[in-house]
Design a protein around this ligand. Structure first.
Ligand SMILES: Nc1nc2c(ncn2[C@@H]2O[C@H](COP(=O)(O)OP(=O)(O)OP(=O)(O)O)[C@@H](O)[C@H]2O)c(=O)[nH]1
Ligand SMILES: C[S@@+](CC[C@H](N)C(=O)[O-])C[C@H]1O[C@@H](n2cnc3c(N)ncnc32)[C@H](O)[C@@H]1O
Ligand code: SF4
Ligand code: SF4
Length: 323
């Protein structure tokens, strides 16, 4: 469906839990208490009910996220049910990869199209410094297995506080022989990230250009995706830049978000939206649920104002929003 700014909204991000098995320094801090009770979050039937109405309104792509989506019980079954909703063409998951290796076959069998894996260091000690857990080997083996199974694989990397800036070239080299896309994401000032400093993607591009001779900027391949890509001659994968701070992509926004507590968020940056769980608890009719979702999609904000003061900024943490 088309929102009031003429953008086609066909992508729903569903956060299935706020809980996480890592504690990335820019995402979760001690003020952010985890372990939401199951009764406070949408169950599978409720997620399917909402996603079905979204599909009727033109949502074609779903991304499952969190917190860490793989810590939710029986996520395999939810993938299966979501992929069987009429109109849903693609299902993806964004994960830290720690629990992924052993679940990949079931995910693929149940309809998963691809996986985005967050990885911020290729060095064991630094991975632990950034995430508080010693789990790098698990993530690397999951990446290789996902590629072997033929899933689309993207790696999300945040360069933060200059801690991992010296790994930019090592990250690029991941794309040399592996058929994966690597994306550098600019840190947004949300939750724990307010205390940290991200690296501007223009600076990262300059570092890449000064290290590699043949860097080609690609045409935008994903119609409304947030990433712009480059390709290094002779390398298999692409390198992308998600630059919400230095190069706002809201004009092409194609997405809405459902939080694990059942709030349909109009935009990452604001707290606007509707508490669908409350309506489901009151046994809303499907047609009324559909109308509520329609209203909220239609009325999406034009753009974020991360660097300006404004009303209704989101106060939640990224693990509660789903990225
Ligand atoms: N500002 C802003 N940032 C976003 C939005 N969507 C994703 N991002 C950022 O991009 C990061 C990576 O998102 P992913 O979960 O991998 O999803 P995606 O970028 O939509 O993935 P693709 O569909 O593969 O392009 C998120 O964690 C956010 O930091 C958005 O709508 N607005
Ligand atoms: C919130 S996590 C949820 C999924 C999963 N736990 C993971 O880490 O991939 C989704 C994405 O958000 C990114 N992220 C978290 N906080 C961010 C911030 N403040 N700015 C930009 N990206 C952020 C993470 O790097 C990750 O790629
Ligand atoms: S970025 Fe993902 S893995 Fe890291 S703490 Fe946040 S939710 Fe967990
Ligand atoms: S910040 Fe809001 S309007 Fe901009 S791309 Fe993200 S969700 Fe869309």
């Amino acid at each position: 469906m088309i929102d009031k700014f003429g953008r086609e909204i066909d992508y729903l991000r569903i956060s299935v839990t706020e809980n996480c098995n890592l504690k990335c320094i820019y995402c979760i801090d001690d003020n952010n208490i985890l372990n939401t009770c199951n009764k406070d979050i949408l169950n599978d039937d409720e997620i399917i009910k909402i996603a079905t109405q979204c599909a009727l309104l033109g949502i074609k792509k779903i991304r499952i996220t969190g917190g860490e989506p793989l810590v939710r019980k029986n996520i395999e079954n939810l993938i299966y049910r979501l992929s069987n909703i009429e109109g849903i063409e693609e299902i993806y998951i964004t994960t830290n990869g720690v629990l992924l290796h052993d679940k990949l076959e079931a995910f693929k069998k149940n309809g998963l199209t691809g996986v985005n894996i967050s990885l911020h260091s290729l060095r064991k000690d630094r991975f632990k410094e950034l995430t508080k857990f010693d789990k790098l080997d698990e993530v690397l083996s999951a990446i290789d297995k996902a590629l072997k199974l033929g899933l689309k694989v993207k790696i999300n990397t945040v360069i933060v506080d200059d801690i991992n800036k010296d790994e930019i070239i090592d990250f690029i080299n991941l794309t040399k022989n592996k058929n994966l896309d690597l994306r550098f994401i600019e840190l947004m000032p949300i939750g724990a990230a307010k205390k940290h400093k991200g690296t501007n993607n223009k600076e990262i591009l300059n570092i890449i250009k000064s290290n590699f001779k043949n860097v080609k900027e690609e045409n935008k391949i994903e119609k409304s995706g947030p990433a712009n890509y480059i390709k290094i001659e002779g390398y298999r994968g692409k390198v992308g830049f998600i630059s919400p701070i230095s190069s706002c992509f809201c004009e092409d926004c194609n997405r809405i978000r459902l939080t694990s507590s059942g709030f349909l968020k109009k935009c990452l940056h604001y707290n606007y939206g509707v508490d669908l769980k409350k309506h489901l608890d009151n046994e809303i009719f499907d047609k009324d649920l559909n109308a509520l979702i329609y209203e909220n999609i239609y009325d999406k904000p034009e753009k974020h104002l991360f660097l300006e003061s404004c009303d209704n900024k989101e106060n939640k943490y990224m693990n509660q929003i789903g990225g």
